[in-house]
Ligand binder design. Structure first.
Ligand code: HEM
Length: 421
């Protein structure tokens, strides 16, 4: 396969809307070497699966990649701000890798402990509570200015994860701010120096809050996730998790769990506005809703991609890749691969195997929170569709995703609608 001319994968426009570029990459170079970095973009469904399955060649231990991105984000700060942020970081408890950035066998020991929190039956138990949060916010949204992200998509997943974790009501406002700051770390944003310092302080305060809750639950267990994490033992080592390990796990719930479900709500509303005929088709149609949720996740994957580190010289899709390189998996591109999903741009409620979409990844790192995210989306969308009809984009605003290499979300989505009686 001939190498295409340089494709500007990091151009702002391609970080905001990568889909035209994905098509070019899939057609011309499904394994594309990014010339300025030691990195290969992988965009076809089949090749993504191949990488994800072969965990001995393609490792999830890519913390150095994340550190590199963080340092690049700090590079232009004046020395005194860098120094002040560094000081804050030294106050923090170091968090070892636990799931996302670990390989077997260490990955398995944490994953098997955490998976008890997210089994389908465990999630089902809390359906009534989830429904109550959704109904309350759907009612409030009716009275709002129609900005769907602030009015529904953001508060619902955050409140649900806060309740499951056991964050006390009094700490919720701080917790919401801290969760937003944690996810914002994965975006390309110009922050003021004051905001950079404020976020560093928020990260320290969040750790302090979570550790105080862990200790409180060790003294007096409650019926929440922090209690389980605080009191469960790692089987093989017969010991409780350290503070650092618990913080690492909770941080993954926050970034991987809350922000992504918010994005999925946003993209599903965007699709309902762009395909208005779906609104009537989906009302009172729980099976249709399930497929629509999968189609939303396929058409606009909230996690566009994550890296893998190449452990030995190898070849992928006919391209030689040296050990030490990074692979950039593009779930968003694989989900639009026409070889796997005919007419990929279309929402197809009859699509066979819609659940084969890759927005939750695949293999040993398959998203542990998928049952929770699916529950929130399949309960949340009917609650909205029951209350409003003729939902359309507000013509004064053009929805645009925030630029990011990893996440894909709409910061705002202004809609108009008619109330249904
Ligand atoms: C629509 C919502 C969500 C999307 C699109 C999503 C996406 C993903 C993806 C793509 C991965 C795979 C990473 C890889 O291959 O390396 C992943 C893993 C993970 N997700 Fe989700 N996620 C969602 C919701 C959640 C929720 C609600 C939680 C928990 C509260 C969660 C927690 C995690 C964790 C802990 C992992 C790491 C699993 C492991 O490495 O074994 N996610 N997620």
């Amino acid at each position: 396969m001939s190498e295409p001319n340089s494709i500007p994968v990091f151009d702002l426009q391609n970080l905001i809307d990568p889909y035209p570029m994905y098509k070019q990459l899939r057609d011309e170079a499904p394994v594309y070497h990014v010339p300025e970095l030691n990195m290969y973009y992988v965009t076809s469904y089949e090749l993504l699966r191949q990488v994800i399955r072969d965990t001995s060649t393609y490792s999830s231990q890519y913390d150095d990649f994340m550190a590199f991105s963080r340092d690049a984000g700090m590079a232009n700060l004046p020395d005194e701000i860098k120094g002040a942020v560094g000081e804050k970081m030294r106050e923090m408890i170091p968090t070892p890798p636990t799931m996302l950035t670990l390989d077997e066998p260490d990955h398995t020991k944490y994953r098997s402990l955490v998976s008890q929190l997210f089994t389908v039956s465990e999630i089902k138990k809390s359906e009534a509570d989830v429904q109550a949060v959704i109904d309350q916010h759907a009612d409030t949204f009716l009275e709002s200015d129609g900005e769907f992200m602030k009015g529904f998509a953001f508060p619902v997943p955050l409140e649900i994860i806060s309740v499951r974790l056991g964050i006390p009501q009094a700490d919720r406002e701080f917790f919401y701010d801290a969760a937003t700051c944690a996810a914002a770390g994965l975006r390309i944003q110009q922050l003021t120096h004051e905001e950079t310092l404020r976020r560093a302080q928020v990260a320290v305060d969040l750790q302090n809050l979570l550790i105080s809750l862990v200790e409180a639950r060790r003294a007096e267990p409650l019926n929440d996730m922090i209690t389980i994490l605080a009191n469960s033992k790692l089987e093989e080592e017969n010991r409780l998790l350290t503070h650092g390990e618990i913080l690492s796990i909770l941080q993954q719930f926050l970034v991987a769990g809350h922000e992504t479900t918010t994005s999925a709500f946003g993209w599903s509303m965007w699709l309902l506005c762009r395909n208005p005929e779906l609104q009537d088709k989906l009302r009172g149609n729980p099976e249709g809703i399930k497929v629509f949720v999968e189609e939303t996740l396929r058409i606009r994957a909230p996690v566009q991609g994550l890296p893998r580190k190449v452990t030995k010289d190898t070849e992928l899709g006919g391209v030689k890749i040296p050990a030490g390189s990074f692979i950039m998996l593009r779930y968003g591109a694989a989900n639009m691969d026409e070889k796997q999903f005919p007419n990929p741009d279309q929402v197809d409620l009859e699509r066979k195997k819609a659940g084969m979409q890759m927005a939750f990844g695949s293999g040993v790192h398959f998203c542990i929170g998928a049952p929770l995210a699916r529950q929130e989306l399949t309960l949340g969308l009917p609650a909205i569709l029951d209350r409003i009809g003729n939902i359309r984009l507000n013509a004064d605003y053009t929805p645009a995703a925030e630029p990011s290499l990893i996440l894909h979300n709409l910061p705002e989505l202004h809609v108009e609608f008619d109330r249904r009686s």
